[in-house]
Write a protein that binds this ligand. Structure first.
Ligand SMILES: Cc1cc2nc3c(=O)[nH]c(=O)nc-3n(C[C@H](O)[C@H](O)[C@H](O)COP(=O)(O)OP(=O)(O)OC[C@H]3O[C@@H](n4cnc5c(N)ncnc54)[C@H](O)[C@@H]3O)c2cc1C
Length: 416
């Protein structure tokens, strides 16, 4: 069923009786060509592009909970392509281009809103670093501008320009960055994949891999064993736990990251704003809530909830740049499990086990990557070669001395 304004009008006039479920609830078949483990944003986009762009057939997505129960439905919804390094920038720019055509492509309203992202500058060295970043972005075809204080003051009069501990000196502005309604992304990809024949099986946990003579032949699940020619793992915060079942130890630690939403306010924040002297980022949802976050909690955990010291730290970051946020009442907060890699960059690669593939290590930046990650993972599954924008995301990059240390923090997952 295609969604359109005409369809909404027709259904509205006839009692809304013609809508169908957005995806089927099939039972698992005994065998598939490709099994994708994890029905988050990346798993569903992989299934969608594999079926649509690479003509993949006989595909299943196995999700241990319900679609959208992981980080795809927990993030602060920010998309951007303001990366510096060659291994990253073209990949995130591909993702932003895919976001731009996504709603027409999968015929679903994901509320893609390119309202812009403003990264504040608070010192001269930071301006130099951001100018360098902006130049790298423009070289790969992305958009970036450097603003002075007066331009920001016009755009965001509510920021603290008078008495801030870290005075605002300027900003780097990416107009094509913005926000997307996160769970609609999962639903849109699920609906698109289902329409192309992909079986999406919820409440089906993968509990083990069938590895015979070094070849992965299928998975054990809470709904029984399922054979497959290729198994593609894509489980974000659960990466280490799941790959351990295949005997693999990953360069990934799991950490919790929290998000916060206030009561609804009149429109005040024009785009996404990030603090450059602390860790704080904020945007305003279409319902009016201020959506914000900051650092990870800083200890290893698989719990989807955070602790109060980080709540205080994030709120201090907000108060440091926009004291008016102190008047807003916080309504909701939650946590998600981050698959933090050692250099802060992701993996999209084959493993040493034939037929077993891995996608993970997205840290807290994987939402914006959802379309490109799915596209490049589907490319790898269909052709057995990495897509040209994801060539650097190999599992052996630390052994080869080729990490992609975007932030220059070294091998410190809690600092990336
Ligand atoms: C609070 C917060 C804020 C964030 N903000 C941003 C942001 O603003 N911008 C940005 O780009 N990124 C952001 N991120 C990061 C981003 O959300 C993640 O990197 C990304 O969503 C991870 O990929 P995913 O959607 O596939 O993960 P998930 O949605 O977590 O999908 C993984 C799925 O695998 C399933 N699974 C796990 N184990 C098994 C198993 N054994 N068998 C079957 N299924 C299994 C899980 O149930 C889950 O549904 C944020 C994350 C959090 C938590």
């Amino acid at each position: 069923m295609r969604y359109s304004a005409l369809k909404i009008l027709k259904e509205g006039l006839t009692g809304n009786k013609g809508w169908k479920p957005v995806w089927r609830e099939p039972d698992p078949k005994p065998e598939y060509d490709v099994i994708i483990v994890g029905g988050g944003g990346h798993g569903l986009s992989t299934a969608y592009y594999l079926a649509k762009e690479f003509r993949g057939k006989n595909i299943a997505v196995l999700e241990k909970g319900w679609l959208g129960s992981g980080n795809i439905g927990r993030n602060t919804t920010i998309i951007r392509s303001n990366y510096l390094l060659e291994g990253n920038q073209p990949f995130y720019e591909l993702s932003l281009k895919l976001w731009e055509g996504l709603e027409q492509d999968f015929n679903y309203n994901a509320m893609v809103s390119q309202r812009g992202i403003l990264n504040l500058i608070h010192s001269d060295p930071q301006r130099d670093a951001f100018v360098r970043r902006g130049n790298a972005m423009r070289l790969s075809g992305a958009d970036a501008e450097i603003f002075g204080r007066e331009e920001i003051q016009k755009m965001c009069p509510f920021l603290d320009y008078e008495n801030a501990r870290f005075p605002i000196q300027g900003a780097i502005w990416q107009p094509r960055g913005g926000t997307v309604r996160h769970d609609a992304v999962a639903w849109g990809y699920a609906r698109g994949a289902d329409a192309l024949g992909v079986d999406i099986i919820q409440n089906c946990e993968v509990t083990g891999f069938q590895i015979e003579n070094g070849v992965c032949k299928g998975v054990e699940t809470s709904k029984g064993a399922i054979r497959a020619k290729k198994v593609a793992v894509c489980v974000a915060g659960s990466s280490s736990r799941v790959m351990e079942k295949a005997g693999m130890r990953l360069p990934i630690e799991s950490h919790v990251l929290q998000a916060f939403v206030t009561e609804g306010l009149k429109p005040v924040i024009p785009g996404v704003i990030t603090f450059g002297a602390g860790h704080f980022y904020v945007s305003q949802s279409d319902k009016g809530g201020l959506v914000f976050g900051g650092d990870i909690d800083g200890y290893n955990t698989y719990a989807q909830r955070g602790n109060l010291p980080v709540v205080e730290d994030v709120c201090e970051g907000g108060m440091a740049i926009m004291p008016m946020i102190g008047r807003a009442r916080l309504l909701r907060m939650w946590g998600g499990i981050m698959d933090m890699s050692m250099d802060g960059s992701p993996f999209i690669d084959k493993t040493h086990i034939d037929g077993l593939y891995f996608n993970g290590g997205w840290c807290y930046g994987g939402f914006k990557a959802t379309p490109a990650s799915g596209y490049c993972y589907a490319h790898l599954l269909a052709t057995d070669t990495p897509h040209k924008t994801a060539e650097a995301y190999r599992l052996d990059r630390f052994r080869r001395g080729a990490p992609i240390d975007e932030k220059g923090q070294g091998a410190q997952p809690n600092l990336h």
